[in-house]
Design a protein around this ligand. Structure first.
Ligand SMILES: NC(=O)c1ccc[n+]([C@@H]2O[C@H](COP(=O)([O-])OP(=O)(O)OC[C@H]3O[C@@H](n4cnc5c(N)ncnc54)[C@H](O)[C@@H]3O)[C@@H](O)[C@H]2O)c1
Length: 244
């Protein structure tokens, strides 16, 4: 049986990804720092192992690495969002975003590289459309996600020699706890306007692409940054007002 490790698996996109792997017959190691949510969700699933871990804490990441010598897929999905003006983003807010969104992806991948190499496994890092285009209020979040894209390409190029693939998924807006905490009704309406498919995505629509990239069907795909965004990235400067 193949094993995937998914970070931020206790809810949202990570939980949907866990369930998608399970439906394909994989074993899933669910990693999260929210003990209550993790225990509650994991207890309702079969073929999962739960590990309480904060991916931004080096010692906790090192402990995880000791548990695996063979891993088929690593999904670095755990992330935090904090939207604010540049002048109000003090170093501690900046660091809080960076330590999970960027340091966590770097550390988890580094720690699990021997296990991934042993299985010729796949890495999928979750960035965001906010890393593809600049916007207001996303100085930390958007920069962290742009970093995740660059990190993915570094991983793909260097770890390819070990048979490890690394790809990046950039979700458009999905109605998870993370998004709803920072999306006002105005933002929701504006996203609908800017997205050709005219709606938010679902957790499952993101999970489908993540699990595809971890599968044998994607065996020659590496170093790619794939938006799952209803066409948001394709619109360039397309103005909603010019649509028919
Ligand atoms: N929801 C969206 O609209 C959207 C859009 C683009 C990108 N994303 C990205 O998708 C990923 C998942 O987001 P979501 O919307 O499902 O969020 P969510 O808040 O619903 O779930 C995130 C999970 O990650 C866990 N987590 C956060 N920091 C952690 C840490 N340091 N260590 C371990 N676990 C940690 C949380 O406890 C939570 O269970 C994130 O990387 C996010 O930036 C989300």
């Amino acid at each position: 049986m193949k094993t995937a490790l998914v970070t931020g698996a206790a809810r949202g996109i990570g939980l949907a990804t866990t369930k998608e792997f399970l439906s394909k017959g994989w074993h899933v190691v669910m990693v999260d720092r929210d003990e209550e949510a993790l225990t509650s969700e994991a207890s309702q699933l079969q073929d999962v192992t739960e590990i309480l871990c904060d991916v931004s804490v080096p010692g906790q990441v090192a402990d995880i690495a000791k548990k695996f010598d063979h891993l088929n897929a690593l999904v670095n999905n755990a992330g935090v969002a904090d939207f604010g003006p540049i002048e109000e983003t003090d170093l501690s807010r900046w660091r809080t975003v960076m330590e999970t969104n960027l340091d966590g992806v770097f550390m988890m991948t580094q720690a699990l590289t021997p296990a991934l190499a042993a299985a010729k496994g796949a890495i999928v890092n979750i960035a965001s459309i906010s890393g593809l285009r600049a916007s207001t209020l996303r100085v930390a979040y958007g920069t962290s996600k742009a970093g995740v894209m660059a990190l993915t390409q570094q991983q793909a190029v260097e770890l390819g020699e070990k048979g490890i693939r690394a790809n990046c998924v950039c979700p458009g807006p999905v109605r998870t706890k993370l998004a709803m905490a920072v999306h006002t009704q105005d933002i929701i309406d504006a996203y609908h306007d800017a997205i050709p498919l005219n709606r938010y995505g679902s957790e499952d629509e993101i999970a489908n692409v993540i699990t595809f990239l971890c599968s044998e069907e994607a065996s020659f795909v590496t170093g790619q940054i794939i938006s799952v965004d209803g066409g948001f990235e394709a619109t360039g400067i397309g103005l909603p007002a010019l649509r028919t």
